[in-house]
Design a binder for this molecule. Structure first.
Ligand SMILES: [Zn+2]
Ligand SMILES: [Zn+2]
Length: 291
C-alpha cells in the first residue's frame, strides 16, 4: 500500500517521472490504496487503466466484466452545502446573479454503488430532438433519477431531468460554483460540467486550466451504462468532429494524448455549449444496462 498526499513536491516528481516515460510506475495512476487531500482512493489492479488514471476519491473493483465504483459522494472541494461549521463550508456565491439562491438541503455522506459494463451493448436508439425532450418519464430509455454515474472526483452524476414538477432550468439557480447541489436527503450531485473534475485533472498534471470549455482536456465522469462524459475536447485534446446527436453524443475510439486507446467505439457525450445545444449530462441511456 502506498499513501500519498497531493503536494507540489509530488507533482514535480510526477512530472520528472512522466518525462522519463516510466510506463507502469506512472504516478498518475492508482493501483492499490492512496490518500488524496482528504479522501481515499482504492482501485484494484485488474480495473481498466482509464479508471486508474482519471478517478480519485472512489473505490473501484471488477466483478466479472463489470466495473464496480463505490463512492461516499462527498466532494473534495469546498461548498456552501457542507453546512456552516464544516471545515469545507463557504458562503453561498451570489455573484452569478440575483436569481441564484441556496436550496434548503445540506450534503451528507452517501453509499453509492455504480456498476458499469466493461463492454456495454448499444440499445440501437436514434437519439434525436424528439427523444431528448427534457421531460421526465417521457421515454423508457431515459436514465432514472438519483445517482446514475460517478464523476472523476467521486461526486454523483444525475441525469438532466429535474424531479417531476420541477425544471432543471429553474433548479440550476441553486447550483454552487461547482454546478452542484444536494437533494433533500443530502445527495450532492452534478447535472452538467463542473470545475470539480477539472481541478482533479489539474492536480494530476493533465490540464492547467480548470474552467469548463477552456481546459486542455475535459473528462467529467462515467454514466452507469458505460456512456463517457467529456467536455469540449476529446480525451487527446482534439476538437470533436461535427455530427453530434441531440444530447451532444457520438461514437468513436477514445484515445488519450499518448495514443492509448482506452475504449473502442464508445458512445460518449460532449457537454459543451459551444458545439451543440445540449448543456447537461445525457438524458437518454445509449447502452442497455444501468445498475
Ligand atoms: Zn439536481
Ligand atoms: Zn467525441
Amino acid at each position: 500500500m502506498r499513501k500519498r498526499k497531493w503536494s507540489s513536491a509530488l507533482l514535480a516528481a510526477s512530472a520528472i517521472i512522466a518525462a522519463a516515460g516510466c510506463g507502469s510506475d506512472d504516478p498518475g495512476t492508482v493501483s492499490g490504496s492512496e490518500v488524496y487531500d482528504t479522501c481515499t482512493t482504492s482501485i484494484a489492479d485488474n480495473v481498466p487503466a482509464f479508471y486508474k488514471t482519471y478517478f480519485r476519491c472512489v473505490t473501484i473493483t471488477m466483478s466479472g466484466d463489470t466495473v464496480v465504483i463505490k463512492t461516499d459522494g462527498l466532494p473534495p472541494h469546498n461548498t456552501y452545502y457542507y453546512g456552516s461549521g464544516h471545515d469545507k463550508y463557504v458562503a453561498f456565491d451570489f455573484s452569478k446573479g440575483s436569481d441564484y439562491h441556496p436550496n434548503p438541503n445540506t450534503l451528507k455522506q452517501q453509499n453509492v454503488t455504480i456498476q458499469i459494463p466493461a463492454a456495454p451493448k448499444a440499445r440501437g436508439l436514434t437519439i434525436n430532438a424528439a427523444a431528448v425532450d427534457a421531460k421526465v418519464n417521457s421515454s423508457s430509455n431515459e436514465y432514472g433519477l438519483g445517482p446514475r454515474g460517478v464523476a472523476l472526483d467521486g461526486v454523483s452524476l444525475f441525469n438532466p431531468l429535474a424531479a417531476p414538477g420541477d425544471d432543471i432550468e429553474d433548479e440550476k439557480y441553486t447550483f454552487d460554483p461547482y454546478n452542484a447541489h444536494p437533494t433533500n436527503n443530502g445527495a450532492y450531485h452534478y447535472h452538467t460540467t463542473s470545475k470539480g473534475p477539472l481541478e482533479l485533472l489539474k492536480k494530476l498534471g493533465k490540464t492547467t486550466n480548470t474552467t469548463p470549455g477552456q481546459a486542455e482536456i475535459e473528462v467529467y465522469g462515467m454514466m452507469c451504462d458505460g456512456t463517457l462524459l467529456l467536455g469540449c475536447k476529446e480525451l487527446d485534446g482534439s476538437a470533436p468532429a461535427a455530427g453530434l446527436d441531440s444530447q451532444n453524443g457520438h461514437v468513436h475510439d477514445i484515445k488519450d494524448k499518448a495514443g492509448t486507446v482506452h475504449f473502442t467505439g464508445r458512445y460518449h457525450t460532449h457537454v459543451c455549449t459551444s458545439i451543440g445545444s445540449h448543456k447537461y449530462t445525457p438524458e437518454i441511456q445509449y447502452y442497455d444496462t444501468c445498475k
